[in-house]
Design a protein around this ligand. Structure first.
Ligand code: SF4
Ligand code: SF4
Length: 447
């Protein structure tokens, strides 16, 4: 029997996973206008490179990285810059953004450099490719891949894991990309392995994605010279297995906090990073188009869509045949469990928009009641925290007590809040504790 890796705690969504069945993606026609935020990553917003009225091409840098943790930003269409302003963003805030009117020509920028042979690239060159193309190491956390790889220039990675797991019932873009472009994804992983100096590279694939495991194994076996040290590990279907630190804990069977992956010589990247790096190095393409899962109530054509960065959510939903009704209660980006509800739909798809889900009245109401100390939240916590104690300390405004329960170790997976019978808003309490106590979670660029 195949060995299955997993972590303690978490939730079993096996019966829900048909909602996120892997499917071929559908290309969304380029919209008339894109709104590209300057901050789609940790670190400072990128610096504007274009002027109002200027014509730009698809893939052209329109803002460049401003220091560590920042990332280049590119136009996803060809056309005219019509606004540079603070514009609506899915966070609910106004974010400095560049709006471009699509001229419909889709002229591509040809200023990007290419590599004739990635095997000849030094690690810092690979990091430069990633920086230039605006690639993220993991689209759920916004860490720029170039910055991530820089961490392994001076000390090599001991373990490299390629995260192909998805455990949220509303998400399947990552696996769909890996299935559609398996060979490019594996080649991209080889480039990352070279850049990190890792002695091995393990593709972590959910037990339900047997076809993907078979395809990856076939590619590895077809070129054993190039892929020496590469292998596939089967991960148990468990939420939230797709979080990097839980991949590392499951594979290495030791306690690791999210802030200590790099210092423990562990590198975890998503399939998107591998494919995007392959495109950047081999084709000179910037990261300006991504796959987004769209599902939920009133969506006539749910599925995975290939979307230009900066496309409005309202336009994407209209392409998917969204028919809002009186029962529609919210539209969320980022998954069923960890998603953020949108206050308006005219906000752009960004590099971090993995999914969009529409929820109706059948979704549980959020009326908070008193904690009954059932302990269910602690039982499911994958980081072995005691969420109810953090919440109780915050309610008493006893922040030094709250700090003792390490709210800064929380990975905000939402499993505790999901199982709570009293609908205690645990994520709010934990987030508040993490920012208020002495154990404020440091912005962690390399997880
Ligand atoms: S699951 Fe909810 S009710 Fe139960 S202990 Fe945790 S916070 Fe309290
Ligand atoms: S306390 Fe944090 S890590 Fe633990 S279940 Fe809740 S959200 Fe997840």
């Amino acid at each position: 029997m195949t060995k299955r890796y997993t972590f303690s705690g978490g939730l079993d969504f096996s019966s829900e996973l048909n909602r996120s069945a892997v499917s071929a993606s559908t290309a969304v026609p380029a919209p008339a206008v894109v709104t590209v935020p300057l901050s789609m990553h940790h670190g400072k917003p990128a610096r504007i490179l274009v002027r109002l009225g200027e014509y730009v091409k698809k893939g052209q840098p329109i803002a460049d990285a401003d220091g560590r943790g920042s990332c280049n930003v590119h136009s996803s269409v060809s056309g005219r810059v019509s606004a540079i302003d603070s514009l609506p963003h899915h966070s609910g805030r106004l974010e400095q953004s560049i709006r471009i009117e699509n001229n419909g020509l889709d002229s591509s920028w040809d200023g990007a450099r290419l590599s004739s042979d990635w095997r000849e690239c030094a690690p810092d060159e690979v990091a430069a490719f990633a920086r230039d193309a605006g690639i993220l190491a993991d689209d759920r956390c916004g860490v720029p891949l170039g910055f991530f790889l820089d961490a392994f220039v001076s000390h090599k990675a001991e373990n490299l894991f390629i995260n192909l797991c998805e455990s949220d019932p509303a998400e399947s873009a990552r696996r769909s990309l890996a299935v559609a472009r398996t060979a490019d994804m594996v080649a991209g992983a080889a480039i990352i392995r070279k850049a990190t100096g890792a002695p091995s590279c393990i593709f972590c694939i959910s037990e339900s994605d047997r076809d993907l495991s078979a395809s990856v194994n076939q590619i590895l076996e077809s070129n054993t010279d190039m892929y020496t040290g590469f292998s596939v590990a089967t991960m148990k279907n468990r939420f939230p297995q797709d979080i990097d630190v839980l991949i590392a804990r499951a594979m290495l069977k030791r306690e690791i906090r999210s802030c200590s992956l790099a210092e423990n010589g562990i590198a975890v990247v998503g399939s998107e990073a591998c494919v995007n790096l392959f495109d950047a190095v081999m084709k000179g393409q910037a990261f300006c188009e991504r796959l987004v899962s769209v599902s939920g109530a009133g969506i006539v054509n749910p599925g995975v869509y290939s979307v230009r960065i900066g496309t409005s959510v309202a336009y994407l939903l209209s392409v998917c045949g969204f028919r809002p009704s009186d029962d529609t209660v919210k539209v969320a980006v980022g998954g069923l469990m960890r998603g953020t509800a949108l206050s308006e739909l005219d906000v752009p798809v960004t590099r971090e928009t993995t999914s969009i889900i529409v929820l109706d009245k059948s979704f549980p109401a959020e009326q908070e009641e008193w904690c009954i100390r059932c302990g269910a939240c602690s039982d499911v916590c994958p980081m072995r925290l005691t969420p109810e104690r953090i919440a109780a300390s915050v309610r008493r405004r006893d922040f030094s007590s709250a700090a003792e329960f390490h709210p800064d170790y929380c990975i905000m997976c939402g499993a505790c809040a999901y199982v709570c019978p009293s609908r205690v808003n645990l994520l709010n309490y934990i987030g508040f504790a993490a920012h208020t106590t002495a154990s404020v979670k440091k912005v962690d660029y390399v997880r």
